[in-house]
Design a binder for this molecule. Structure first.
Ligand SMILES: O=C(O)CCC(=O)C(=O)O
Length: 209
């Protein structure tokens, strides 16, 4: 799938860094972190090669599908059960190592895990949540890469009602870095939309021992 044609390349190819000034958070967006050509190729390859899984959770005694498909990768091969569904952490492949190493040139962390989320259309989403376990959220890092459709990434403070919600559009080829106490103080979400939109793949690189 081509998200941009050649004429768009001239206007979109420059890396643009934006720092979000949020209390108790450290959030930086890099637009065009990857080239459009790389991003088109990676989108297609990840879509085809990833062993996408339909995870489920129990709500009021009923098994319910997550509104997205997922896959875990990392530097160990093992079975995990984060939800009702047994899943596997697959060993890094060449495309993921390429993406991880590019991010590690910008962010001084050796990432150990990556969660891939596949949002098939506007009905797919992820609800308000914080990443990492509650006792680990004071100092964490998440590097979030987007290929495909632009979706708004919403952030809201966990307790301060005086602070407005922040919407960050995550576009094709972008990298969002959340560091420090961001996960402790802010929740995030990708809302559903009724608009007809193309699919999106998001990768969140994490450090988990
Ligand atoms: O798709 C996104 O941009 C966010 C994904 C996310 O929140 C997560 O994987 O925890």
């Amino acid at each position: 799938m081509e998200f941009f044609n050649q004429t768009d390349l001239f206007s979109t190819e420059e890396v643009r860094k934006m720092v979000y000034d949020l209390p108790g958070a450290n959030v930086i967006l890099f637009e065009n972190f990857f080239s459009i050509e790389e991003s088109n190729k990676l989108f297609n390859r990840l879509l085809e090669s990833t062993p996408w899984q339909q995870e489920q959770i129990t709500i009021h005694g009923q098994l319910v599908d997550y509104p997205r498909l997922t896959a875990w990768y990392g530097d160990i091969n093992k079975d995990v059960q984060y939800t009702n569904t047994k899943s596997k952490i697959h060993l890094w492949n060449d495309d993921l190592l390429f993406i991880k190493e590019r991010i590690e040139q910008e962010v001084d962390v050796k990432f150990t895990r990556c969660l891939l989320n596949y949002y098939r259309d506007g009905k797919d989403s992820v609800d308000w949540h914080q990443d990492y376990k509650s006792d680990q959220r004071k100092n964490t890092v998440i590097a979030s890469v987007t290929f495909g459709a632009t979706r708004p990434f919403q952030l809201k403070h966990v307790s301060r009602k005086d602070l407005d919600r922040v919407d960050i559009p995550l576009a094709h080829a972008s990298l969002l870095v959340m560091q420090g106490a961001t996960q402790e103080n802010w929740k995030h979400k990708i809302p559903k939309t009724t608009k007809q939109i193309p699919p999106r793949i998001n990768l969140t690189f994490r450090w988990i021992s």
